[in-house]
Design a protein around this ligand. Sequence first.
Ligand code: GDP
Ligand code: MG
Length: 664
Amino acid sequence: MSSLQLIDENKNFNEHLLPYIQKYYDGKDDKGLNYHIVSVFGSQSTGKSTLLNRLFGTQFDVMDETKRQQTTKGIWISHANYIASTLVESGRLDNENHLFVLDVEGVDGREKADDKDFERKSALFALSTSEVLIVNIWEHQVGLYQGANMELLKTVFEVNLSLFSSSKQKCLLLFVIRDFTDMTPIENLSNSLMADLNKIWSSLSKPESCQDLTITDFFDLKFTSIAHKHFQPDKFEHDIQLLGDRFASTELFKNEYHRNIPIDAWTIYMDQIWQQIEENKDLDLPTQQILVARFRCDEIMLLAYQNFEEQYEKVDFEKLDDPQEFADSIKQLRTEALVPYDTSASRYTQTVYLERREQLAKKIDSKLTETNSRRLASVIKKLVKEFSDRVQAAKKNHEGSLKEILAAQTALVTASFREDAGKCMFDHSQELEQLETEIQAATEQIRRKEKSLLVSRLTKRFQSQFKEKLTELCGDPTDDLWDKVMVEFSKIEDGLESKFLVDGVYDYHLGLDAKENAELHIDLQKAHWSKFRDIVHDYVTEDTVSRILRNKFEDLFRYDEQGVPKMWTNTLEIDQQYNKAREAVLKLLPTFSRIVLAKTNEEVVPPVNISSGEFEDLDEEDEEVPFAELLSTRQQTGVLGRVRKEMDAIYIEAKRSVMSSMTS
Ligand code: GDP
Ligand code: MG
């Protein structure tokens, strides 16, 4: 099992740590927390690497005894190939729980400045990352308070205080006493070591908050021994296997030692910690963990979203006609996007995990809400069309007044929308509002159409009745022709109203309110008055007037008061009759020229504005003919000329007939 130089002699961090680790454990099938980190510490050439290689099947460099050559300085990492054990015949247990070992090389506790720096940094690094720290010590060094080992432990304790005084992250210090002779019982050696440790501890300058704390508040301490490698080779191996048994059991690794950083993030965590150590910055481990959590949760979030988008693209939402199917598919997409995120990210700092989860959910929801809205827009379109069709059908079936039908169909459509949209988890209040606005508009349109239908129906009746009356009155014109016309106009209007007004309201089917009713009344007035104008202007032309006046003259000239044809006896009589009739007829011409009431001598003016509306402010040239003006001066002259000629012809004919009867 080859090892990896994690930190080299130039204090550079190895970039290939992650692939190295993942070769043995990628943490994909579990939460990535099934691993352990063990470090070893101690003076140079005390057999640390030898112990690790035997205990864990690693291949750390061991000093060549023949050359006494130093091994390469730095921190090395290796996956344990096996764990030495007495429990199996092969003497090797599988490394099921992924034990990784850090071997710190080149620390000898001498007072060289550079070594001192490396020693301190190594201690910091080992403490911030490991669960178990093996402290390797010769038996003959125990009790010698002075010396390299004690310096090293002092460093470890100092560093520990600066790192964990607030968080009290604990780890295990496992003292391994080498070349154990069994002359002094292990208990005594332990006690002696404990005494030294306490001495070191009390000599440290501690922060205010840690004054009353002891070593055991920060460290669990255990002691073990291994026999001499050369003098007792069998016992040496056996002792190592016994130690292996403890590593394979749950005895040494307590949950509280573990940093709970999933293995894929652990490499980032280590890297960041080393950078901080190297830059001599204050090492804030909780912050480091949060940074790692952010980094990883961001990655996981991105991946989850990408995955979501892929799944999203696969769904053909257009085909999901059934609202339940659509809602289910939306829900499923959302869940399937969040579950893998939860699985991977929930292992990290909770606040970060939850914060990123919210971001992810928001992003997913935004896309899904958009999809839902798109669907609801087409549902609205369909419902609005259905609404108009259903209203027409209900009208045909006489399912109540239009007002009732509209109300019923509106309720129906709204309910149907609510039921449909309510199946999806997303809010639809905005879409509901949209639907209501559109239904309102459709309703308005239907009512408008209905109202204009009513107006045109009434106007048609008005038109035929008025035309008939006008023709009748003009056939036997009098000076007060327009007074009579106006009386008829009112009569027709009243007649129509009495037919269509129910309790003062036009067509109760429409459910008009007072304002609408008043508006409709004005619309009707306008329609009637413009029909009035059109009919009168069409009818009263030069031709019609000439014919009417000629007929009137004939009546007056040829018949007496009793309507009996006149028998002329002399020409004087003819002259008298001619003058009388002519005078009466010519007096009628102004009546046909302008609509003026005889009673008041005032022009008739419509009570409502009937000009073509939008074009009210046109140029003077385009001005419409005034309402009351029927024949222009030129037309009047034309009529006069024609009527005169015809009257004269009738007169002459009468005279001739009298003369011829007298001469015969
Ligand atoms: P390290 O520098 O602490 O990693 O020590 P090494 O493992 O490289 O060993 C240094 C020297 O000590 C080598 O020559 C080993 O053969 C020797 N050695 C290893 N283990 C023991 C032991 O248990 N007792 C003794 N006396 N020597 C050992
Ligand atoms: Mg070594």
